[in-house]
Write a protein that binds this ligand. Structure first.
Ligand code: IDP
Ligand code: MG
Length: 147
């Protein structure tokens, strides 16, 4: 089953939007298989955002993602990566359509509330940065046959 990494970013924690984000993802039918709150250290930020380290906005991005705790989770579903990307909306919250998490709750490019892995390969890499193998839970939901 496909898995993806989701982060409720520091702005979501500070603004009290963790519950709404999780509720939306859960209601869609994604299964939570891991979850924790942590403060992202600069070294983890550089690993997680390795594709962006050389970009001009990286310093701003690192300052933001390390500024306050995040809530990290691993979600599971057939097509989990794409499902989460569609629910999040495009990177720039200002351009994200209504009905998406970013479109409904944000107006900022950097502070866009939520991270979701952009491919199955990225998801595997990112999940292993945030979670140990024994923090990922294999279990069955009684509702699975109905989703
Ligand atoms: P994504 O989160 O939609 O996958 P990425 O392009 O992977 O977007 O960028 C990672 C994060 O870096 C974004 O979510 C946003 O917080 C921040 N970011 C992206 N582009 C810019 C920019 O041009 N200026 C400032 N921050 C940016
Ligand atoms: Mg990305």
């Amino acid at each position: 089953m496909e898995r993806t990494l989701v982060l409720c970013k520091p702005d979501a924690v500070q603004r009290g939007l963790i519950g709404r984000i999780i509720a939306r993802l859960e209601a869609k039918g994604l299964k939570v298989v891991a979850m924790k709150m942590l403060r992202v250290a600069p070294a983890l930020a550089r690993q997680h955002y390795q594709a962006h380290v050389e970009k001009p906005f990286y310093a701003q991005l690192e300052a933001f993602i390390t500024s306050s705790p995040v809530v990290a989770m691993v979600l599971e579903a057939d097509g989990a990566v794409e499902i989460v990307r569609r629910l999040m909306g495009p990177t720039n919250s200002l351009q994200a359509p209504p009905g998406t998490l970013r479109g409904d709750h944000g107006i900022s490019l950097t502070m866009n509330l939520v991270h979701g892995s952009d491919s199955v390969e990225s998801a595997q890499r990112e999940i292993s940065l945030f979670f140990a193998e024994d923090e990922l839970h294999d279990y069955t939901l009684s509702t699975e046959a109905w989703v």
